[in-house]
Design a protein around this ligand. Structure first.
Ligand code: DGJ
Length: 742
């Protein structure tokens, strides 16, 4: 991408004259202003709604703050970079050397080149503004022009001063099976850091993403909001620094987490940082979300505008008990429900050590013949007979100590040679040392060998269930051990480049103990991400709600679990489970034959409807109507609207029942106020018996200004006799309606 940009770039201006100049770049709705004078620090002046220089400088919004503070001159405050120079100096004094502005069809790029006044160190700051959406990307290049190595102790991608001392912050935290919990809190004075230290799973525990309401509130539809997300596959650091000194901006610093990762930069070497992506909205966080979704689908996610298929994954159905017969029947049963793709998960591989438990076999990517006598070929044949595509699970960055791979290459793992490593899953799992080029070839070969032997594989699930627990590389020299956190991830990216060069359109799902790798840094190489190992529909609403703040529906895989959830043991009606999974990329994760006949009939109806509506759900604009985090956490509701505003899908969920629930009025959004919409219930729970509002025609204006009441959503079903059907359970009610412009 960067190369392409350089090739297409049209040089507009280079200044080296000493003249002080204000540089502006804009998206359709936002503007950034910097002031650069050769020999002086770079100053940030403005980031906000699209504005002229006159607007900015006449207003309260202009400020003059150092745009990228280096440790050395204002050591009392936080900073964007901290360099230990070859002569032992800690201090850096960055001044403008020259400025470039370039342009291609997609974006305008402003590059400010800064140099240190005392050391041979150069920093290039890039500010990219998209032409078709309100997204800017900030990233940096750190160059050592000296003759000896230097050490980057902190090397952020971006620094952004925000002219507000009343900010409200949204961030996502969580854990395995509990990802993307939304927290909204006023930004307190002092320093707040969002970060991960997992090594190779950036969203273990925290997301590298935030929303910042800058008007003292963070509302869905109102107020100015900056959304930010760091596109990086490794440890991240997002820091907010706020104080109450009059006129002081709130600072945002974002980049690679420097903890354990001070980076040794060799002479003449340049380190390019990951991109920090910012979206600006003047209409609340909902608009910021839609902007990020648009950007993601059109500029960042592989095949971001292509439709995703409905699949069945074998994991929760059979775990590692993979058998030919079991896979065959799952495929046949799923095909009858209208499925499109079958994915065989963990448990299919290992020759000398068949994968029966999580203690063995990772690394041995050949079929366990005892389990699958007809091999992958046999499975693909059955898939084709049933009109399904076929996919397969791998975890190519890993090895178990009980494996042929480890027996051959014990030196290919991350560990310190002098002590016992810390093991991951199964107490035998270790991470391969991707910095080693031979290991890189091996990992590329895992995909390549599978695809060469079975070119009809249509989908790969690329899993990753371990942190960098042992941050020592047998391959890297001792002096470069602290580069490991960066080099592991750069090596991974180069592996992914090689895989994609050969298999550009193979669908590859990214998975990591559920959603631990949900990050835009991966998305140029993957079409989708497994949202979470939490498939309990009630819990999943919260996870998807959080993930959807930043990531579009088509990249979040959401699967319907068995009637009793394998992990929580909660029993949730099939309709509710389908309606929750239909928020994102729908799939199933169970043995379909375990569903009752009535549930199977419902599943068939729901899948057919999802397939019909997926252009709207997967590509439409998302409007969040009622947050599941609000109030007593009783309801959630959201809707998708296509770009012509003539087709929309709205989803309503009730998670808890209390007696005598009042009507829930829900105001729709995103419709055309001047059009009439036919409301039609999608996949009613009883065929032919839609909810009362189905079939009515209502104007977009009315639906948005007065709202809609789904009476059935608050209904009490406990009086029904006999009360013996799980569809009568009171807690879980859900409805989907489509709105068709007349
Ligand atoms: C973790 C993933 O999140 C699951 O979906 C499943 O693929 C298992 N790994 C398999 O070991």
């Amino acid at each position: 991408m960067k190369k392409l940009f350089a090739a297409l770039a049209l040089m507009l201006a280079t200044y080296g004259t000493g003249e002080c100049k204000d540089y502006t770049i804009s998206t359709p709705g936002s503007t950034l202003v910097l002031t650069a004078e050769v020999g002086k620090p770079l100053y940030f002046r403005y980031y906000g709604t699209r504005a002229s220089l006159d607007d900015v400088f006449a207003s309260h919004r202009a400020i003059k703050a150092q745009a990228f503070r280096a440790f050395g001159t204002h050591c009392d405050l936080s900073h964007a970079c901290f360099i230990k120079h070859a002569d032992g100096d800690n201090a850096t004094n960055l001044v403008v050397d020259y400025v470039e502005q370039t342009e291609d069809a997609q974006m305008t790029r402003l590059t400010i080149v800064l140099k240190d006044t005392a050391h041979p160190f150069v920093l290039r700051l890039h500010y990219d503004a998209y032409k078709d959406c309100d997204v800017m990307k900030f990233w940096a290049e750190y160059t050592n022009n000296g003759k000896k190595p230097i050490s980057l102790q902190k090397y952020m991608s971006a620094a952004l001063p925000v002219k507000s001392q009343e900010c409200v912050l949204l961030h996502l935290d969580g854990d395995h099976g509990n990802e993307c919990n939304e927290t909204i809190e006023p930004l307190a004075d002092g320093i707040k850091i969002l970060s991960t230290q997992d090594g190779s799973r950036p969203s273990a525990h925290n997301q590298a993403a935030f929303m910042l309401g800058t008007d003292g509130k963070l509302d869905e539809t109102d107020g100015n909001v900056i959304a930010g997300t760091l596109a990086w596959t490794g440890n991240f650091h997002i820091e907010f620094e706020k104080n109450r000194i009059k006129g002081q901006p709130t600072m945002i610093y974002a980049g690679i987490n420097p903890v354990g990762a001070d980076y040794t930069l060799a002479p003449k070497q340049t380190l390019s940082t990951p991109e920090m992506v910012f979206a600006y909205s003047t209409r609340g966080k909902g608009e910021a979300t839609r902007t990020l979704h648009y950007w993601a689908r059109h500029h960042q996610v592989l095949d971001g505008t292509k439709e995703r298929e409905v699949l069945l994954n074998s994991w929760e159905g059979v775990h590692m008990n993979v058998t030919q017969e079991g896979m065959n029947s799952m495929m046949k049963d799923f095909a009858r429900l209208g499925g499109e793709m079958f994915v065989m998960d963990d448990g299919w591989f290992g020759d000398k050590y068949p994968r029966d438990t999580d203690k063995t076999s990772l690394g041995d990517w050949c079929v366990a013949k005892g389990k699958l006598p007809e091999g992958i070929e046999g499975l693909i044949r059955i898939a084709k007979d049933n009109n399904l595509k076929f996919g397969i699970w791998i975890e190519p960055e890993m090895v178990n100590t009980k494996s042929e791979l480890y027996e051959k290459h014990p030196d290919w793992v991350l560990r310190h040679e002098a002590f016992e490593p810390t093991y991951g899953r199964g107490k035998t799992q270790l991470l391969l040392d991707l910095t080693n080029p031979k290991v890189q070839d091996f990992v590329v070969g895992v995909v390549d060998n599978l695809m060469t032997a079975n070119p009809e594989i249509a989908y790969i699930k690329w899993d990753h269930n371990m942190s960098i627990l042992n941050a020592s590389s047998p391959y890297l020299p001792k002096a470069l051990q602290s580069n490991l956190y960066v080099e592991y991830n750069r090596s991974l990216l180069s592996i992914l480049e090689r895989v994609r060069a050969k298999y550009p359109s193979l669908i590859i799902q990214l998975c990591s103990a559920g959603g631990f790798r949900l990050n835009y840094g991966f998305m140029p190489y993957f079409q989708e991400v497994w949202g979470s190992d939490q498939t309990d529909a009630r819990h999943r609403i919260y996870i998807q709600w959080g993930a959807l703040d930043f990531y579009p529906a088509n990249i979040i895989a959401a699967h319907v679990c068995s009637t009793k959830n394998k992990y929580t043991q909660r029993v949730v009606p099939v309709k509710f489970r389908f309606d929750v999974a239909s928020m994102c990329r729908l799939g199933m994760e169970m043995v379909p034959a375990e569903l009752t006949d009535a549930e199977q009939a419902y599943a068939k109806r729901a899948i057919a409807e999802y397939k019909r509506l997926r252009p709207v759900i997967q590509q439409g604009d998302l409007y969040k109507l009622v947050s599941p985090y609000d109030g007593d956490r009783e309801y959630a509701s959201l809707m998708y609207v296509n770009d012509k505003k003539d087709h929309a899908v709205a989803m309503f969920y009730r998670m808890t029942f209390t007696r005598h629930m009042p009507d829930k009025i829900i105001k729709l959004q995103g419709l055309d106020p001047d059009r009439q919409y036919l409301i039609r219930e999608v996949a009613p729970e009883v065929e032919g018996k839609p909810i009362h509002i189905s079939g009515k025609k209502v104007s977009g204006r009315f639906l948005m200004e007065e709202g809609i009441v789904i009476r059935e959503l608050t209904a009490d079903r406990s009086s029904r006799k006999p009360f013996n059907d799980i569809r009568d359970m009171n807690d879980y009610r859900s409805y989907m309606v489509e709105l068709i412009a007349q």
